[in-house]
Design a protein around this ligand. Sequence first.
Ligand code: HEM
Length: 192
Amino acid sequence: MAWAAETLFLMAPPLLVTFAAGLSGVWRIDRIEAVIGSGLLPAARLAVFEGSGHPGPATWVLRGVTSNTRYTQRQELDTLATRQEALGRPHATRAALIPIRKTDAWWALAQDERRAIFEDRSRHIGVGLEYLPAVARRLHHCRDLGEPFDFLTWFEYAPEDAGAFEELVRRLRQTEEWRYVDREIDIRLTRA
Ligand code: HEM
């Protein structure tokens, strides 16, 4: 059963990740901008806990969990695997944490309808791939955790790729997919 071994090898187990904004953490918060909907309180630092770590006193805390993919097709997964790099690269000293919530209309759609908007018409993966390997990414799901957002998206890149990252978010925000986003906050960070 070669496919079973391959599937087990590729699928990382879900990882709970806690983002705590306050006075401590390796990431300095450069700006917090409410793109759509209500914002988050300002803070100086962001700490990221993977697994069982618990934050102390914090201005705000967001939690999400890594998960299996929903929309990505085999060929896209293979292309992503060859191009995307891991988090924590020493030169990638800039980061973005972009919490996103989608509308009830989005969640009322069927899976095939969401895929058609997400990739066939908005080309989220196709556009995103153009910015790899400069940008490393990790998607956290939180809709089922009772959190205020549906997703916590995390990106790391080098200072010289900051312009390219701005272009990427600008392009994605113009897509049909983004018409279904009703809360989005853009948090930019520098590793201190
Ligand atoms: C760096 C290039 C990027 C690539 C290669 C990329 C790729 C992907 C892929 C493959 C998925 C689908 C995962 C699945 O099948 O479930 C996804 C989902 C998602 N991405 Fe990106 N992405 C990129 C940048 C971004 C940016 C900049 C944002 C935010 C501004 C973003 C927000 C999201 C969100 C919210 C989802 C979840 C969509 C949903 O399940 O409804 N992505 N991305």
